[in-house]
Design a binder for this molecule. Sequence first.
Ligand code: PYC
Length: 333
Amino acid sequence: MKHIFKCIDAHTCGNPVRLVAQGGPELAGKTMSEKRQHFLKEYDWIRKGLMFEPRGHDMMSGSILFPPHDPVNDVAILFIETSGCLPMCGHGTIGTITIAIEEGLIIPKKEGVVKMEAPAGLVEIAYQKTKNKVDWVRLTNVASYLAATDLEIDCPELGIIHFDVAYGGNYYAIVDPQKNFTGVQDFTASQIIQMSQVVRERINKKYPSAFIHPENETIRDVTHMLWTGDTINPASDGRNAVFYGDKAIDRSPCGTGTSARLAQLYAKGKLEVGQAYTHESFIGSTFIGRVEQETVVGEYKAVIPSIQGWARIYGHNTITIDEEDPYAFGFSV
Ligand code: PYC
């Protein structure tokens, strides 16, 4: 049996986004969170086949669009990544909206605005288009908050490190420069990956069930690590290396990671409502983040962050998953 997927490939500030325009499954559920559970149970082979080698790679990330559940919205989205089906993905949103608008896959009710249902919640998006190109996309993300501060863990290469945990659509352990960690500028991507693999596992073992979203218990645990450090461009406000999946460092500044970072900085009094924060990725590409307003999530003080970035389409692919191919459902080395 052969399964055929029409995909449009783009990158958001360097990180890949593969939008599955045709061939995605029909899913059951009254919300995108329920549809995500259905996909994970019955169709995860699609994610594995399209994201992992030989059709994808460690950083591959993508999306599938669905009609909105509430007719006031424009679209609903499922994120498919090497790391699973994320509740929310910022670079994935910027890439998907760029593709969908340029290729006419979404006709928004109001030009320049897309209301998108993600598994983590409703995300309102603004974009600017010149002729048939999207110049930028700005998403107003789900409520983000600082969940814990100054926790400690033993990192094999560094010794004891201190970290905060913040939610920005996924839970991030944020490691700022400190005695045993001088900053991302002093490490290679491979070194950060090796440290993150061990540290993330140790964090979730040491703090079991500590990070569960107060309004959606399917969103849980530290899934991403965000290491900070000196910027490449002096005009930027911060730089990160975001680790996700098993071997990926985000090439974009990471939308949910930037949201978590904004929530952390705001809670610590280092950022004000409305203040722009230029966040650099490991490769030096930038998003502009902003705390738009304060809010609450359960018992936590939270913020509504916005993230602005750009994406470029680079390919139109018809991808086949042939069940007789020994590597039909991907592999990882
Ligand atoms: O941009 O939110 C993001 C993201 C998550 C994982 C990779 N990128």
